[in-house]
Design a protein around this ligand. Structure first.
Ligand code: CO
Length: 189
């Protein structure tokens, strides 16, 4: 499947609101291929030359519904630069049927707000999410069931992607009456 900014469905397409279904495991050849293509999109999207040539918008994650396939498949690549001399840490996942099994009461949000490959207009405001989540699912990068204990930016990205399985977009979490709420005891990223 060709995945680029032309073929990714946008929020004016009702399909983006569809619920995604779990996939059978082990993955079918078709599901595995799609998951690898989603991952390749994310990987290539942050390489400026390829991104420009292939019309890719930079992304840290993409879910299958964004290419019109209502299956619980998502690819995430999050790079966190370490403090000072610490090395960059890269989290790479190709997830099938990931689920949030626990989430912190403490909240977190990105100060500059969120974006999405399926959303072309700006939607300003804080998207308040759990500061920490534990996600379980099958991961094709490692070829096994995994438990991800995520915090910070990774936790935000995973919650954003898993929202796509429910047809939820990031701006659904923004109250237009109060887009920049004060959230006590929250982590600002
Ligand atoms: Co998105």
């Amino acid at each position: 499947m060709l995945i680029n900014n032309e073929t990714i469905i946008k929020d004016n397409d009702p399909k983006i609101r569809e619920k995604s279904q779990p996939v059978p495991l082990p993955l079918s050849q078709e599901d595995e291929t799609l998951l690898r293509e989603l991952y390749q999109y994310v990987e290539n999207s942050t390489k400026p030359e390829i991104a420009e040539k292939e019309n890719l918008r930079p992304a840290v994650g993409i879910s299958a519904i964004q290419v019109g396939v209502p299956k619980q498949l998502t690819a995430v690549i999050v790079r966190l630069s370490g403090d000072d001399d610490e090395e960059e840490i890269v989290y790479r996942y190709m997830l099938a049927n990931p689920k949030i099994v626990s989430s912190s009461v403490q909240k977190a949000y990105l100060e500059s707000g969120e974006g999405c490959l399926s959303v072309e207009e700006d939607h300003d405001g804080y998207v308040v999410r759990s500061a920490r989540v534990t996600v379980q699912g099958f991961d094709l990068v490692t070829g096994q069931d995994i438990t991800i204990r995520a915090r910070g930016y990774l936790a935000i990205v995973l919650q954003h992607e898993l929202d796509h399985f429910k047809g939820i977009l990031f701006y659904d979490h923004i109250n237009p009456e109060d887009p920049y709420p004060e959230v006590p005891n929250s982590i600002v990223i």
